[in-house]
Write a protein that binds this ligand. Sequence first.
Ligand code: FAD
Length: 430
Amino acid sequence: MKTIAIIGGGAAGLMAAVAAKENTPDCRVILFEKNASLGVKVAMSGGGRCNVTTGIFDVCELLKNYPRGAKFLMTAMHRFPPEKAAEWFEAHGVPLKTEKDFRLFPRSDNGKDVVAALVGELRAKGVEIRCGFSVEQILKKGARFKIILKEGHEENADAVILTTGGNAYAQTGSAGDGYAFAQAFGHTITPLRPSLSAWVIRESWIKNLAGVSFKKAALTLKTPGGNSYQRTGALLFTHRGVSGPAVFALSSLAAYEPITIEEPFNLLIDFFPEESAEEMNKKCIQLMQQNPQKKIENFLDMLFPKSLCRVLTELSKIPATTIAGNITKSQRALLVRLFKAFPVTAIGYAAGEEFVTAGGVDLSEVETRTMESKKCPGLYFAGELLDVDGFTGGFNLQASWVTGALAGYSASTIIFNATLISGERRTVTS
Ligand SMILES: Cc1cc2nc3c(=O)[nH]c(=O)nc-3n(C[C@H](O)[C@H](O)[C@H](O)COP(=O)(O)OP(=O)(O)OC[C@H]3O[C@@H](n4cnc5c(N)ncnc54)[C@H](O)[C@@H]3O)c2cc1C
């Protein structure tokens, strides 16, 4: 019997195993996972709720959410678009709900249900699950692969699907092992960078803002090299920096921009993206006229959370005892500038806290229609190991489902066809 070995039991590996076994039930499919259980990162994703995919079903719109790999994903996304992924989970006992920004979550708010649906399907279909087995080396002998496990065992396979993930959140098992496996077969690994990451901020007052959040802020990032990136979305101040979807998206867009303490990023925050500076100026005049006796900090309190009012007062250099009625035109202009372009200095990424890895197996070396290696027939890739990454919103898991499904389907189809040609198998089961 022909064997497909899948290395890594995360999102892509689980979906690849389902697809391979569904496509050709006669194939032997073995799934190796170094952890004691499958889908560790999937279960913890989305804060444990698992933003399983996106409700953006228009493929062109969908692909705008992948700073790297959009073109490569085109064929795969047409074959297995988010609505199909959603249908699959619903049909396998995971009803979904749509939240803000078209994010799809299990109605149970439990990522473990997503993993359970996939694992249940693997068990029902007879996939051999080998948890607690870490693959150490993969060799090719003639047309077959030899998989050498750290635990001392070996296994032979006719096709190998590499789904070992990136190297973000390495404690979940995705420690970047697949990069070395791919390189051993002649593949190029593009430079790896953290993406979907919070930033550490230089300003010492940042610790006083921990927990302050805005549903909608417009962020402009200026790099030392003179590049500029913009994003509007939710923003969260943490005890040492800035986080939230808008920051994550910017970190993804600027993933390859160098950032150091000496050469930091300048970030300008517009707390009122829907109002122009002129409108904000008018609003200030109105509030000042209505509350002339309020001290500056209490006046700002009408627009901002208290901890931020203190910081704004300090930065404006307006004496704390100044009452609203006495604020001068130039002081008001300065305040409006702070409301619309509040400056912070990002000196680095929150190391080890990024959600995904940008970079990976060079896409020009992988067939877009099958996920097969152009360098080594029978070797397939799927998931974050590839040089593909998306914004937050279910896009990364969607990329893993789709590339996993395509790799599993292609590997089993090719093996199945080869078996027919060689005459090893004469009956077709579907
Ligand atoms: C905290 C966090 C939250 C996230 N939330 C979301 C979200 O809500 N929505 C979303 O779309 N994306 C989210 N992501 C991103 C998403 O989880 C990943 O992009 C996705 O899981 C990648 O799938 P994968 O199968 O490629 O890799 P992984 O899911 O990382 O799986 C790889 C597996 O391979 C195993 N492995 C590695 N090396 C070996 C080896 N040598 N032998 C055997 N097994 C091996 C690992 O143990 C691991 O289980 C989140 C990521 C993080 C870190």
